[in-house]
Write a protein that binds this ligand. Structure first.
Ligand code: MCN
Length: 791
């Protein structure tokens, strides 16, 4: 498929249309799960482990059971026959991957602070929470396994039946001998170790759910704050042994997820099991501290990366070994997250020899899983920092070294040494554009002037040139990675009798503006107003098929399905118009809601008339079914590979270690652009999260395995005041892998920004002998780094 420009007619695509979703969100009319009024609902609350690693000697629930308002108290033993199997992990990355049985409540042993021990059911939230405190648990404490590097060799094994703390070793080494040879022939090499600290996704809306059983029969409606209503339905059916036809999952308004709501959580399984047992609606909303403890964490890796280069700085090989922290259990896609980066450690560079391995290890900490970027921020950070390290070692500019190594424009579609085919790109042109906006010379002059003047406020410029693979899709590729689901997306487009349009999508937006974007795609094609289009989503009774929203897949996969379904429905309308006008369909042209005979514009037939004709079915072509509706399930042939240049300019106070972000410029290429306003919002959000990783956020634990950052007073989520106004621009290289020519944008900012910031800090401090700093570059860490430099 070749797409050179958006196949649009209506002039809607590419416009900065305000988001349809926002009036109801901003006026508080949107309903989130916790807003739903469900008469007669009971509340659950979980008693969570207060120790990181311990055997449960006894649990005494008697006092809790007699607390005011309490309906029931359950432990693992009370509910063990209520589920058909353990909690699901859908990504067994290797055949011999070790996956400990993980149940919604601890089975005789707790493995992280926050692990569920018992559940109280009560007639109010406060009664449930109060009763938790009346439960007595006696623990026999075990040594916690906390250090990622020590975990594998630790004499304490967390899951005794697995006999090891290593979950898996996954390798991607297309040609080991060639990699070794490249290193032995190299003129320059660098060997770097980087730490990806754990992060807490901290969505604005905590997780929340209500399970409503039908008064008679076995049907359940699960309202839950999730990114994956469709996947969740399948998993709940399998885990609880309930027919899939008896479960309806609805995600009402969802206040952000960033990957953390791409999961099947203990509370969802528990609430459904208890609703089935008691035949009562069951509800739960997590507290902010529970969110920090018991919703997944992101990142958590130790990365070793080596580059080999010739005398000119042409990189000939990259060798990567990483240790990835799984936490205490494997959640839905925990083991696969590093694999999403495994193919990208060569970044945008034409590196012929590639070697990657990842060991996934268990620790007594909150399970990790997908968090905005999932694997790709880690890969981008490693290669973009390592390239800077190589440039420093060789004494060439980081910009020049990148240019020497870019995959050239002519090489696309580019078969990478890691085994992917990069769809399209023109990296040099993108960098040129960024540099023309940045105007680097005066910045470098000012930087030098401050050094010469002995200023304590020094400047640095950092570049990160990223590429990522997103549009998580091609089912066959996902199969080759052992991913437990497909990557297609489903869409239905209906032109109703009054010519208003319904779009049914399998995507599940939670802040990405799909109602707006999908309306724009259909409006553009049909030449009608986006206001006449209603987008239905996130309810498995209305949209029975879908693969949901994550991996910046919704536009390139789901949007493409909508585009193709619109074409299909338009073809049917065309056939009706041709029949009415008694001409061949090929003789008709279509614009702005009307079919007209080519060369005879007076012979016209409106789309609205075709819609009504399809409804009355009084005079349809022979054999045509009534109604204007078409469905498409689209499974693309490849991922999409957005890319871009991100530049950070920082000022570092060498006396206090404080880093001030002076400028941030992002020139992204996400192919054809549906709504630039939404794109910019997506980039802003991603940048804030990525810069927060670089400067502020870290899930820290003490030596006993207690999470020290379990409130927003301790975990430093930045606000708008911490950032300059982001400078955004773009280039456009359409993707040839989907009919819209689009690439994803939802994660780009979070992927690109951490190395730009850290490279800028190192650049600012390199004259003091600083060549490395870990994230987050807090004032204390920066100050210590400056003071230890050269020692
Ligand atoms: N878009 C566009 N033109 C493009 C690319 C995208 O107009 N060339 C628009 C799309 O039409 C869509 C939005 O940008 O409205 C994002 O599209 P896409 O890149 O396909 O990403 P998804 O919709 O699949 O969103 C998932 C992505 C991910 S993986 C995370 S994590 C994330 C993110 O989106 N979490 C978010 N953005 C978030 N935004 C909010 N507010 N909250 C989250 O939790």
């Amino acid at each position: 498929m070749t797409v050179t420009e958006p196949k649009t007619s209506g002039g809607v695509i590419g416009t900065r249309m305000l988001r349809k979703e926002d009036p109801s969100l901003l006026t508080g009319e949107s309903k989130f799960s916790d807003d739903l009024v469900i008469p007669g609902a009971l509340y659950i609350a979980l008693l969570r482990a207060t120790v990181a690693h311990a055997r449960i000697v006894s649990i005494d629930t008697s006092a809790a059971k007699s607390s005011a308002g309490v309906v029931a108290v359950y432990t693992y033993d009370d509910l063990k026959d209520d589920w058909a199997g353990p909690m699901p992990c859908a990504w067994p990355v290797t055949a011999d991957m070790k996956n400990p049985a993980h149940f919604p409540l601890a089975n005789g042993k707790v493995n992280y602070v926050g692990d569920g021990v018992a559940v109280v059911v009560a007639n109010s939230k406060t009664a449930a929470i109060d009763a938790i405190e009346a439960i007595e648990v006696e623990y026999e404490e075990l040594t916690p396994v906390l250090d990622l590097e020590d975990s594998v060799s630790d004499s304490t094994v967390i899951h005794q039946d697995l006999a090891t703390n290593s979950s898996y070793l996954w390798e991607l080494i297309p040609n080991k001998d060639a990699v070794d040879e490249a290193f032995s022939n190299a003129v320059h090499t660098v060997k770097e170790r980087y730490i990806q600290q754990r992060l807490i996704p901290a969505a604005m809306e905590p997780r929340s759910l209500v399970v409503v059983p039908a008064p008679f029969g076995g049907d359940f409606t699960v309202y839950t704050s999730t990114q994956i209503p469709h996947i969740l339905k399948v998993m709940l059916a399998l885990t609880l042994g309930i027919s899939e036809t008896k479960i309806r999952v609805v995600a009402p308004s969802v206040g952000g997820g960033f990957g953390s709501k791409l999961n099947v959580y203990a509370e969802e399984v528990l609430a459904l099991a208890i609703a089935r047992k008691l035949r009562k609606p069951i509800r739960w909303t997590e507290e902010r501290t529970e969110n920090a403890l018991a919703t997944i964490h992101g990142r958590g890796q130790v990365q070793d990366i080596e580059l080999a280069a010739d005398a000119n700085g042409k990189i000939t090989a990259v060798r990567v070994n990483i240790l990835a922290d799984m936490g205490a259990y494997l959640q839905l896609v925990t083991p696969g997250v590093p694999l999403l980066g495994a193919f990208l450690y060569h970044g945008v560079y034409d590196i012929p020899n590639y070697s990657f391995s990842c060991t996934g290890v268990f620790t007594n900490k909150t399970p990790t899983d997908a968090y905005r970027g999932a694997g790709r921020p880690e890969a981008t950070y490693a290669i973009e920092r390592a390239v800077d390290a190589l440039a420093r070692k060789m004494g060439v500019s980081a910009i020049e070294l990148r240019r020497r190594n870019f995959i050239p424009k002519e090489a696309f579609p580019y078969p990478s040494a890691a085994g992917l085919t990069f769809d399209s790109g023109d990296y040099a042109a993108n960098l040129d554009k960024a540099l023309s906006i940045l105007d680097i010379e005066p910045i470098l002059a000012e930087k030098q002037a401050r050094i010469d003047a002995g200023s304590t406020k020094v400047l640095g410029v950092g570049l990160s040139f990223f590429v990522e693979m997103c549009g998580l899709a091609p089912s066959r590729v996902l199969a080759s990675l052992n991913y437990g689901a497909g990557g297609w997306e489903a869409a239905t487009v209906r032109i109703l009798p009054t010519s208003k349009v319904q779009v049914v999508t399998g995507t599940a937006p939670h802040g990405q503006g799909h109602e707006t974007s999908w309306s724009m795609i259909v409006a553009d094609k049909l030449g009608i107003s986006p206001d006449d289009i209603e987008v239905l989503h996130s309810d498995t009774a209305i949209a029975p098929y879908g693969m949901d929203t994550y991996g910046s897949r919704s536009l390139s996969v789901g949007g493409s399905a909508i585009h193709l379904a619109t074409e299909k429905v338009l073809d049917k309308a065309r056939a009706i118009a041709a029949h009415q006008l008694e001409v061949s369909a090929d003789d008709l042209e279509y614009s702005n809601g009307t079919f007209a005979v080519k060369g005879s514009p007076e012979k016209a037939y409106p789309l609205a008339a075709a819609a009504f004709e399809a409804f009355t079915a009084h005079n349809l072509p022979d054999g045509m079914e009534p109604n204007l509706e078409a469905s498409v399930t689209w499974d693309p042939p490849n991922f999409t590979f957005p890319y871009g240049s991100h530049f950070a300019v920082v000022e570092v106070d060498t006396e206090t270690g404080k880093v001030e972000l002076v400028r941030y410029l992002a020139v992204d290429d996400c192919g054809n652009r549906i709504n630039p306003l939404i794109i910019e919002g997506q980039i802003h959000g991603g940048l804030v999260q990525g810069i927060a990783q670089a400067l502020y956020e870290e899930a820290s634990y003490d030596a006993a395995g207690n999470l020290l950052t379990s409130t927003l007073a301790d975990y430093l989520v930045p606000s708008a005041t911490e950032f300059p106004f982001f400078e955004l621009d773009h280039t456009v290289t359409p993707s040839p892998t989907n009919p819209l020519g689009v690439k994803g944008i939802g994660e780009a900012g979070a992927i690109a920004s951490p190395p730009a910031i850290i490279n800028a800090i190192i650049d600012a401090l390199s004259h003091l002998g600083v060549s490395h700093i870990d994230m987050p570059a807090s004032p204390q860490r920066v100050w210590e780094t400056i003071n230890n430099a050269g020692k």
